[in-house]
Design a protein around this ligand. Structure first.
Ligand code: CP
Ligand code: NVA
Length: 321
């Protein structure tokens, strides 16, 4: 039984399979014959809001022939405290696959274990694997192999999206720079879990800079508060919201601490001349990105959003193969 629960536990070979299938699925959209999921029903269980992930899975599953059932966690007994493992065992007897967006990573893993049907992590507090597969696909579609390239993540470096980027950098061998104040950088334990075995801390006037490498793949992660240094020469500038879902109570302090960690024209000037700017969305203009820069790069950002659909279909096809 295959699941897609994290980038951490997805092999490089499986990532490459999904990424190359995405290109095929995108090219062949509208010509799926026969429909591989005809007669099957998939459940989408969401405990957090979603536009892109929900719509891309609903459309993608239907295009593959499946029936789709959207279940807001608040509307099923899960929202009233029914245990995950009981919900999972019920759904596992009725539906053929599940897409689950929730808070704890452990909950998605428990669901997969008990439901015994292909299960996809549609975002947890710890990872957003479907997003990162799409982002890498989008980068490679527009700029070629990501291996050896420099990706700079700007903003809340301690949330789910940058964590998935860290695991991807370790596996695919690119350089990931995370520009964030110290308290919004991922913990060293995450780098260790990703397999970075040489970790070096360098004191600098703008604070400690952590450099971590993994010889087997050439992957590298740099954690720094120095936004300008992190952006210099980057092939991709990437950002995510400063206030992730579930962190609303910390909004004021996050906005205060992250002010300045923004993708804007002066930052783009420091990056490589043909650098891409991407955002997983939703975007908060004037916070993690300014309006002019967002609109200047809207073509790429909405290609990225569209590619969620193609990637989800490739993920599902890989899971049920
Ligand atoms: N990027 C992303 O996952 O968007 P949604 O929250 O709208 O699904
Ligand atoms: N880090 C964000 C991603 C949204 C797609 C969140 O968890 O809200």
């Amino acid at each position: 039984m295959k699941h897609l629960l994290s980038i951490e536990n997805l092999s490089r070979a499986d990532m490459e399979t999904i990424l190359s299938a995405t290109a095929t699925v995108k090219r062949q959209r509208g010509h799926h014959t026969p429909l591989p999921l005809a007669g099957r029903t998939w459940a989408l269980i969401f405990a957090k809001s979603s536009t892109r992930t929900r719509v891309s899975f609903e459309v993608g599953l239907r295009e593959l022939g499946a029936n789709v059932m959207f279940l807001s966690a608040a509307d099923i007994q899960l929202g009233r405290g029914e245990p995950i493992k009981d919900t999972a065992r019920v759904l596992g007897r009725m539906v053929h696959g599940a897409v689950f967006r929730t808070f704890a990573q452990a909950d998605v893993e428990e669901f997969a274990r008990y439901a015994n049907i292909p299960t996809i992590n549609a975002l947890t507090d710890e990872e957003h694997p479907c997003q990162i597969l799409t982002d890498i696909f989008t980068f490679q579609e527009q700029r070629g192999p990501i291996q050896g390239k420099v990706v700079t993540f700007v903003g809340d470096g301690a949330c789910n999206v940058p964590a998935s980027w860290v695991f991807a950098a370790a596996k695919l061998g690119f350089e990931l720079r995370i520009a964030a104040p110290k308290q919004f950088q991922p913990p060293l334990s995450l780098l260790e879990r990703a397999g970075f075995n040489h970790v070096h801390a360098q004191p600098t006037p703008t604070g400690e800079v952590i450099t971590a490498t993994i010889a087997a793949t050439g992957g590298k992660v740099i954690l720094t508060a120095d936004l300008q240094a992190a952006a210099t020469g980057a092939h991709l500038l990437y950002t995510d919201v400063w206030v992730s879902m579930g962190k609303e109570a910390e909004a004021a302090e996050r906005i205060h601490a992250l002010t300045g960690y923004q993708i804007n024209a002066s930052l783009v000037k420091l990056a490589a001349p043909d650098a891409l700017v991407m955002h997983c969305l939703p975007a908060y203009r004037g916070k993690e990105i300014d309006d002019a820069t967002f609109e200047a790069h809207a073509q790429t950002i909405f290609d990225e959003a569209e590619n969620r659909l193609h990637t989800q279909k490739a993920i599902i096809a890989w899971l049920v193969a």
